[in-house]
Design a protein around this ligand. Sequence first.
Ligand code: PMP
Ligand code: GLN
Length: 380
Amino acid sequence: PNTKLPKVGTTIFTVMSQLAAEHGAVNLGQGFPDFSAPQRLIDETSKAMAAGLNQYPPMTGVAPLRQAIAQKSLDLYGATIDPDTEITVTSGATEAIFNAIHAVVRAGEEVIVLDPAYDCYEPAIELAGATAVHVPLDPQTFAVDWDRVRAAITPRTRLLMVNTPHNPSGAMLDEADMQALADVLRGTQIYLISDEVYEHIIYDGRRHESALRYPELRERTFVISSFGKTYHCTGWKIGYAVAPAAMTAEFRKVHQYNTFTSFGPAQYGFAAMIRDEPQHHLELGAFYEAKRDRFREQLAGTRLKALPVPGGYFQLVDYSAISDLPDHEFVKWLTIEKGVTAIPLSPFYETAPVGQRLVRLCFAKNEATLDAAIERLRLL
Ligand code: PMP
Ligand code: GLN
């Protein structure tokens, strides 16, 4: 049939979480913490509900949250942002990505996507009547080849999408990348989406290269983030987009007829957290770094080969010492026969590298969960 999204089925995250539940597997697939959000966040959100803040919040997001985001962006990235004209709160980063694409991309245009890429990018591009042009990252290091990006630009290119720290690899753009990115876009009319949902999950003293640090990039960029990752509450689906006023005005035209606004009480909760516990942003890296290091030490006792994890809460592992199955079959086998659920990498690609034997494990889990998984993975 002549459907609008012929390539799309149920997302791999849903498929694997269902399979994990069916088989009682330890679910290290879909990315979500299995520990609670901060009690203070829950209390502040409940307080807002009890205080009667239960009707439509402003279309743009509640003022204290937009002010808190502006303050955070100044403190961490040195960026001066107008909370009234440059910040919009959304129902997760997913909504922000959809809005940004639909705000600027017209039918027949092209959007450059770096593969492997998060799964919501391409369908949103296709619904805009545009085409995703896929540029592969380095298959070993997941670094960007900026010459290839430049070579992919055509007169129809409207938008480039980057993601740092990167899902699924954890790769992070560095300062040289940001200079190269600015060089590639200079003199073009191309917009940028910088998906920074893992901005605070960073390790080894490295700094997150937000596009907000670079005034030249700032002018053409939608910087998108998500409180789900930062405050262990992926189910609340609150995120935001920062963009120059003219771009934000277009973004809001889509937002107001997409969702119009997002769950209000949580917005007051996040505002209180950012205002009163700004150190959380700096402590989150250390919190996950301990989990990362412990998990990697445990993986060393298995036949899975762990790739480096510069940022984010995903560990890529090479399973070629164990199996020759393609990744989508390997994750089914691992779930059904071995009781551990992972995410295959091929759904993140238009064309996955031939012979790649990588799957993604989420370590945003309690020690007991990771221990249970490792116990099973040791038997592979
Ligand atoms: N971008 C990336 C790279 C992600 O990993 C995710 C969450 N899996 C999102 C966007 C979507 O974030 P949210 O849940 O806030 O919609
Ligand atoms: N972002 C999560 C991941 O990469 C999944 C979110 C979802 O299920 N849509 O695992």
